[in-house]
Ligand binder design. Structure first.
Ligand code: ATP
Ligand code: MG
Length: 390
């Protein structure tokens, strides 16, 4: 009988009528992810996704990859056997050899969703616990606070034995909660804000504003790499690279310096909105964080968001920098984010930015620009890069 990976569903199980839609989305995300590794059988039974494979190395690789699938709260690598009590006990003794070596105490927890199995879960736990105790007499039984919990599950098709699950990625399956445009700079914050919104089940369209030659080809490559690092979590994406140089030069020559950043950010929002509307996206995600820089005061953010009717999602708004950095390390984007390529904001940063602007002031500051034409040209010039992962 093949070993198996068991994935416990997260918030999906709280869903009512549309639960099936969420489950189907999760299954297809899992299948897509695993198609890069090998051949697997993936199916859902009793709020658990089962992944079966023939090749143990492929199953190990799948176990790693599946920890990046949103919608799953816990993952276990389980051994399978026929639904016979002695076969189960033998398998438990064999499968727990390593874990038992490192534990001082253990208990067995059994679940029996096949109610025709001729023992109760308590009897099952006692029987398997007895066999483990005979095999490993130096490990004490402790039903209250054991170091190791051995799980036995008797389900429809087979019986399974596994030790502690590892945590899943949480959240909801990508694609189950709509589509959003996410503004991806080369910094630390925006990969994290993108990841957080994807985790809520949102499919992302990353957008990068590129100011060649003020920012180098390497700065663009860095953003492509960040998007690639996000792909295992977010799925296949299409990065939209917006030519931003002309807009920035226009701003620099026609607007008062203290408003450069604000006017630029309003252009980012207008262009992001256009890309969103063209692609069925219903929100714009940014890595803004209250008070972090001049453009992230409440007044500045009010002026920025005034140009769009779409909701702006700012998942980092109340986090401390240290928390954002910790999260960036955890998802694996930090080391790329701190590569030293300048971004478009630093090149045109005013010496004394307005931190508490009014909307009227900012509108006045950009009055000399042909906003519609600039936005149109930028959208027409977008370069699209498909982001996949190996
Ligand atoms: P980050 O670390 O994400 O770059 P930041 O703290 O440097 O953020 P800003 O540079 O003010 O803050 O940018 C705020 C947000 O605006 C970013 O998190 C990102 O979502 C978006 N943004 C900024 N610059 C760009 C860019 N060149 N392309 C796409 N989005 C951008
Ligand atoms: Mg930045």
């Amino acid at each position: 009988m093949n070993d198996i990976i068991l994935l416990k569903l997260g918030e999906i199980i709280l869903k009512g009528l549309n639960r099936r839609r969420f489950e189907q989305r999760l299954l297809s995300n899992i299948r897509w992810r695993l198609s890069r590794i090998g051949r697997f059988r993936v199916y859902l039974l009793q709020s658990t996704v089962y992944v079966e494979g023939q090749d143990p190395d492929e199953l190990d690789a799948a176990f790693e990859e599946l920890q990046k699938v949103f919608g799953v709260v816990a993952i276990s690598r389980a051994r399978a056997c026929e639904k016979d009590i002695d076969a189960i006990a033998r398998l438990a003794v064999e499968a727990m050899r390593e874990p038992m070596r490192h534990a001082k105490s253990f208990k067995v927890e059994s679940k029996r969703s096949d109610k025709s199995f001729p023992m109760t879960s308590v009897q099952l736990s006692q029987y398997v616990g007895g066999a483990l105790n005979d095999a490993y007499p130096e490990v004490a039984v402790d039903v209250h606070d054991p170091e190791l919990t051995v799980h036995v599950e008797v389900r429809d098709l087979a019986a399974y034995v596994h030790a502690a699950p590892v945590p899943g990625a949480g959240g909801m399956p990508v694609g189950s909660n709509g589509v959003a445009v996410t503004l991806l700079s080369g910094g630390i914050d925006s990969p994290v804000s993108s990841w957080m919104i994807a985790r809520r089940g949102v499919r992302l369209i990353p957008v990068h504003f590129f100011s060649f030659p003020y920012t180098s080809e390497q700065a663009k490559e860095k953003v492509v790499e960040l998007a690639r690092l996000l792909a295992p979590w977010c799925g296949r994406m299409r990065l939209e690279v917006v030519p931003f140089t002309h807009i920035q030069e226009e701003i620099r020559s026609k607007c008062p310096e203290e408003y450069f950043t604000l006017v630029m950010r309003r252009f980012m929002m207008r262009i992001a909105e256009r890309i969103a509307l063209d692609n069925g996206a219903k929100a714009i995600v940014t890595g803004e964080n209250l008070g972090q820089v001049a453009s992230q005061t409440m007044e500045a953010m009010a002026c920025t968001r005034a140009v769009t009717g779409l909701p702006i999602l700012q998942p980092l708004i109340g986090m401390d920098k240290g928390e954002i950095v910790a999260q960036a390390r955890k998802i694996g984007t930090f080391d790329t984010s701190i590569l030293p390529y300048e971004d478009c904001c630093t090149v045109f940063t005013p010496r004394h930015p307005r931190t508490h602007p009014t909307l009227a002031e900012v509108e006045e500051a950009e009055a000399a620009l042909d906003v519609d034409a600039l936005v149109n040209d930028a959208v027409l010039g977008v370069e699209r890069i498909v982001i996949d992962f190996e």
